[in-house]
Write a protein that binds this ligand. Sequence first.
Ligand SMILES: C[S@@+](CC[C@H](N)C(=O)[O-])C[C@H]1O[C@@H](n2cnc3c(N)ncnc32)[C@H](O)[C@@H]1O
Length: 204
Amino acid sequence: MTNKHFDKAAATWDNKPRRVQLAEKISAAIAKLPLNTTMSGMEFGCGTGLVSLALAPKLKKLTALDTSQGMLDVLQEKIDEQQLDNMHCLNADIFQDAYRERYDLIICSMTLHHLEDAAGLLKRFSELLNPGGYLAVADLVTEDGSFHDPAVKGIHHDGFSTEALEKTLTAQGIINIHSDIVHTIKKETTQKEYQIFLLTGQKK
Ligand SMILES: C[S@@+](CC[C@H](N)C(=O)[O-])C[C@H]1O[C@@H](n2cnc3c(N)ncnc32)[C@H](O)[C@@H]1O
């Protein structure tokens, strides 16, 4: 599978300090979950691994999954350079019935808004979690559509209402749901502020 927009953006993705800082805030907030080195994790839409690389040392193993081979190639270089042996890259469609891996932690950072069927993705996450496993979803709080450059394709949601996501997750058997604002992005181009939430929960 591939994704032309992200393939093209991959080589310079980490050059924007705003992205690196956001990933630091999100991974620091996820690290407050009771993670341990018996746990198997997966980041859906890992990109260049800014979040995954920070959390992998706290887990037994972490699958960094994306449909952009360009993004995964950048991440693989980092994994090789740092000689990390508990992280691997995977280009796969988790909606395929054949995808049967199960996880103790699923992370989705700034990727939910790229999926047209966001509720379907949350349902799939619940199916892929082991009982007691943790879900951590970070994304934009509902905004006016000005966050992304209009030239960027594949933006299906102008952020989310955390209340609506909580209801969807509850219906999918996720319990102990908490939501926090973990970062605020100020954009010079629009002179606006955009809030980023982290929603966490556990599979029943
Ligand atoms: C905005 S980037 C976020 C990257 C990373 N999670 C972070 O926080 O730095 C979104 C990523 O989601 C990936 N993506 C989009 N649709 C996807 C899908 N259906 N399956 C897997 N990855 C997807 C893109 O290729 C891209 O790498």
